[in-house]
Design a binder for this molecule. Structure first.
Ligand code: SIN
Ligand code: FE2
Length: 204
């Protein structure tokens, strides 16, 4: 379980999702992946593959390919609209006091050895809503910085059921995943970690 941190619009909420809700969410995600298969994004320009696999749900989904990062209404491989965001995630967004409704839910899947470099979530046309991040499955070593790329960072472990909210002055903080602690949870068949990030893309 993570330490509780709550300051400057950043909240880390250990165990915010109950074990029963975590199981229900993992099942929701399994169904979403059936409709919207995982794809492997690549870095803009270089085409270097990410080590995480992704899919999305919601009216918009985040994708990355050689042309750049963007939100789009359709799956890049199947061309179909993304499945709906599960009601329990919309409710979480509302319960946390986030405004309007989330438009995108990025699903990141971390198998053993996957990581995610330090970055800001800044492809949205509004930063007035927080990003709400849900961790499921194996514990992640999460790295958290400030709003400057070269500022100091700290490391926080995110376990299954932990929720992070990046809002207000912390909406644009740098963050990444250093590594995932394989075998630390039994939530997901076959192991691994799921991260869900709910975002508002357009002004409301
Ligand atoms: C992300 O920044 O998109 C994912 C963060 C995480 O996996 O916790
Ligand atoms: Fe992010």
């Amino acid at each position: 379980m993570a330490d509780v941190i709550e300051a400057d619009g950043l909240a880390i909420l250990p165990g915010r999702i109950t074990p029963a809700e975590q199981r229900a969410l993992a099942e929701d995600i399994r169904k979403i992946i059936k409709k919207a298969p995982l794809f492997q994004p690549v870095m803009p320009r270089t085409g270097k593959p990410f080590s995480v696999e992704m899919t999305n749900c919601g009216p918009l989904g985040w994708v990355s390919d050689r042309a750049g990062y963007r939100y789009q209404p359709n799956h890049p491989v199947t061309g179909r609209p993304w499945p709906a965001i599960p009601e329990r995630l919309v409710k979480l967004w509302q319960d946390l006091g986030a405004p309007a409704e989330p438009e995108a839910c990025l699903v990141n899947i971390y198998a053993e050895g996957a990581r995610l470099g330090m970055h800001q979530d800044r492809d949205e046309a509004t930063f007035d809503a927080p990003v709400v991040s849900v961790s499921l499955g194996d514990t992640a070593v999460f790295r958290l910085g400030g709003t400057e790329r070269r500022g100091p960072t700290r490391s926080v472990r995110l376990a299954s059921g932990d929720v992070v909210v990046f809002g207000g002055p912390s909406r644009l903080i740098y963050h990444g995943i250093d590594r995932v602690l394989s075998g630390s949870s039994r939530l997901i068949d076959g192991g691994g970690r799921i991260n869900l990030t709910l975002r508002r893309v357009n002004p409301f």
